[in-house]
Design a binder for this molecule. Structure first.
Ligand code: 3PG
Length: 214
């Protein structure tokens, strides 16, 4: 049965599926067919990165036309981004790094945030501000599986979504870790598939991702 997520939590964002797709869109017209393809494949939490001029319009379009999707904003860096993505209908935010200001902006507005961290000090700062569901970014470059195993010692209660360099091939190794709930990645939405409007291929990639297991 489909959950409605009336008040969404960061933990629910992570637990919905093994993968959160990191999406970069340059054309608003692609937003709705892309969201439908991902949802059809079993992936509903969609991270639309604020890296293109059309990102906010893409969120609005998906909110309006694909009610099964849960639209989130990626590359959220400051309070202005938080206001913009909320206005566009984002239900959660993902950031590449963490600042106390960003954490406060999301908390004040009630927007679930998966803040990016790559070091023990950043984990400690995020944790002291109340964040225990964190994105580990950039996962491969920052130490990959070995780093997450090392974090599990002092930070066993922290849950991670490793992102950056994750693929369908290496995802199971990350998902097998006790402190990893899901992974993030752009491989579900290849640029060439988008360019060719090959939404069938994206649906298949989503279906495989939705069934990834350790
Ligand atoms: C990003 O922010 O671009 C993510 O880290 C995606 O990384 P990937 O392209 O390596 O999946």
């Amino acid at each position: 049965m489909t959950q409605s997520f009336v008040s969404l939590t960061a933990k629910q964002v992570m637990q919905e599926a093994p993968v959160i797709p990191v999406i970069v869109l340059h054309d608003v017209a692609q937003a709705v067919p892309l969201a439908r393809a991902l949802v059809a494949g079993g992936i509903r939490m969609l991270e639309i990165t604020l890296r293109t001029a059309v990102a906010l319009d893409c969120m609005r379009a998906i909110r309006a036309e694909v009610p099964e999707a849960v639209v989130g904003a990626g590359t959220v860096c400051n309070a202005r981004d938080v206001d913009d993505c909320l206005e566009a209908g984002a239900r959660f935010a993902v950031s590449p790094g963490y600042t106390t200001q960003l954490g406060a902006a999301c908390r004040e507005r009630g927007l679930p945030l998966l803040p990016g961290v790559a070091t023990a000090s950043e984990i400690m700062q995020a944790q002291s501000d109340g964040y225990t569901e964190l994105k580990f970014f950039p996962a491969m470059q920052a130490g990959g599986v070995a780093m997450l195993k090392a974090f599990y010692g002092p930070f066993s209660h922290i849950h991670f979504c490793p992102t950056g360099g994750i693929t369908a091939q290496n995802a199971p190794e990350f998902l097998a870790l006790p402190n990893v709930v899901c992974v993030g990645g752009s491989w579900l939405v290849p640029a060439d598939a988008l360019a060719q409007a090959d939404f069938g291929r994206i649906e298949n990639l989503a279906r495989q991702a939705a069934h990834l297991a350790p």
